[in-house]
Ligand binder design. Sequence first.
Ligand code: SAM
Length: 227
Amino acid sequence: MELKLNYPDYNKFKEARFQLVDRLRQRGIKDERILSAMNKIPRELFVDPTFVLQAYEDVALPIDCNQTISQPYTVAFMTQCLNLKEGSKVLEIGTGSGYQATLLYLMGMRVYTVERIYELHIKAKKMFEMLGVDVNSKWGDGTLGWKEFAPYDGIIVTAAAPKVPEPLLEQLSINGRLVIPVGDRSYQAMYIITKIGEDQYKQEQEHYFKFVPLIGEKGWANGEYPL
Ligand code: SAM
């Protein structure tokens, strides 16, 4: 998979991109498919224009509608946890800027992504078109998954859930993995849940991530999230 990168400033951030990827490698990201794809994605296009110069710092940054593009380390870590083979079908909940979906696409996955905020859904769609990223995107409540195309080999939730939404467990294939941050407003543990049989799951946990809330029927109620 390749991106359409025929805009004049692409090479301006080449060195910064390379250095970011190198930092991720030093922090323990071992999957070279992830590192190589991140070395191609112009993160400066996905952040709020005010933050272009910080685009290659390893930090979460603002996008529209009070949401964020996740920290590059977190994106790489969660993707590594999914442990996907090329050609796997993967569902992302929380399209946001479209960066994570672009990464999965570049890694050769069949990508489905859901966003609850209409403006972000439309903006990400335009970005996918501009960069030639062939993913399926939908506006809706991702706590319910995307049943029509289930089961998925991997499901990645990029917003903080109060508990694991059951529809996402149901929509996993056998041996499929759900990677989801679960917790309260201060921090979330990263749950890595593997479906080992119908109604049988194995769960591992990593700590201390901080995400914006997953709002929806099986997530936080709108307005309920204690800021
Ligand atoms: N993955 C994104 C990226 O690459 O830019 C970053 C996602 S941002 C940290 C979390 C996103 O989850 C926000 O855009 C937010 O609107 C979205 N979100 C929150 N609750 C949602 C839900 N129930 N369904 C779909 N998206 C949701």
